[in-house]
Design a protein around this ligand. Sequence first.
Ligand code: SF4
Length: 269
Amino acid sequence: MALVGFKSHNFFYFFNFFMVESAYISEIFNSIQGEGIFTGIRQVFIRFQGCPLHCIYCDTPVSRTQTVDMCKVEYTPCTGEFRSIPNPVDIATLTEIIENIWSAGTGHLSLTGGEPLIYADFIDELFREVDYPLYLETSGCNPEQARKLQYIIDIASCDVKLPEHNATSDYDSLFESELETIRIFYEAGAVTFLKVVVSRTTKKKALVAIAKKVSDLDDTIPLVIQPVTPGYGLDYPLPEQLMELMDAAGEYLVDIRAVPQIHKMMGLL
Ligand code: SF4
């Protein structure tokens, strides 16, 4: 099932001759996308390991570092029964697993993490083997890696950080990289949107700075304001605060949505 017109794989086979054999992956499963503008779509998720950032709200800390540990695979959705395979996982093994757990109601192959752009060359190789729409979830911290995948990603979900997320010691550089990554995917024709996690302490200023910069590219790029799932010392934003944040960003962008993590509400992975 292709829910967006996705890109033909054949044309791009000849552009990257650099072979990357394997990647560190923490888990592979079939579930429902619970964030952003494609909330509710079934996806096969590949959660890559490794991330250079350290956001305070990170809900996948196990994926932040590359380990020689095992990759967990849930062959039957929602059973919680995982089989472990050794890391790193090679292209042939991953392709076989994806074909095994793909289903008629599944719409996209979700490349998530950790930071999947670390594995841009591996993903490019994988793209030659599987013919499903590619949904990328990235912090956008590495535009050079993003550029390698610009013509094969169908949907780019870019998690833009606020200074309060403490993702890095050099916020300005990260912000610049995130904006460049958004521009790369947007100009390449991917369905591109932003997600920003907000909490009880989030103020308008930093969110407005993001909205303003993105509006210079295109004011119709969707901005999803994602209320943090309480934990890590962070509280859900107050309803009136959420409205204020939406109005502040709405001064610059026309498509502002508040979407919580619904997979957690449904008890899904
Ligand atoms: S970018 Fe994502 S994986 Fe990396 S630390 Fe932040 S929330 Fe965690």
